[in-house]
Design a protein around this ligand. Structure first.
Ligand SMILES: [Zn+2]
Length: 100
């Protein structure tokens, strides 16, 4: 990790799980085949206002077994996931997504 940061001339803060200003990423793994999926959530288009933050409804489909994974996730006003229900899969961290 340190090497990459040096190569890219960084050394500053690393934006955690933030793809850009308009969206951010969540990571899901399929329980059936183990495929990992990265999803970009557009803050304005994909999220609905809910009490204390936002709610996101989505049926995720992975690229291996194509089994639908319905989910409903809640986020606070800082787009941090506070609660999630997911069927047939599980949320994983960015590190887990990028790992083996
Ligand atoms: Zn699958």
């Amino acid at each position: 990790m340190g090497i990459f940061r040096r190569l890219f001339g960084g050394g500053g803060t690393t934006p955690a799980n933030q793809g850009d200003n308009e969206g951010f990423f969540v990571y899901v793994q399929c329980n059936n085949c183990g495929d990992k999926v990265r999803l970009r959530i557009h803050k304005q288009h994909d999220l609905n206002l809910a009490e204390g933050g936002y709610v996101w409804h989505k049926t995720i489909v992975d690229n291996r077994c194509f089994r639908p994974i319905p989910t409903e996730a809640h986020f606070d006003s800082h787009y941090q996931m506070t609660q999630a229900e997911i069927e047939g899969g599980q949320y994983i961290t960015q590190a887990e997504y990028e790992g083996a």
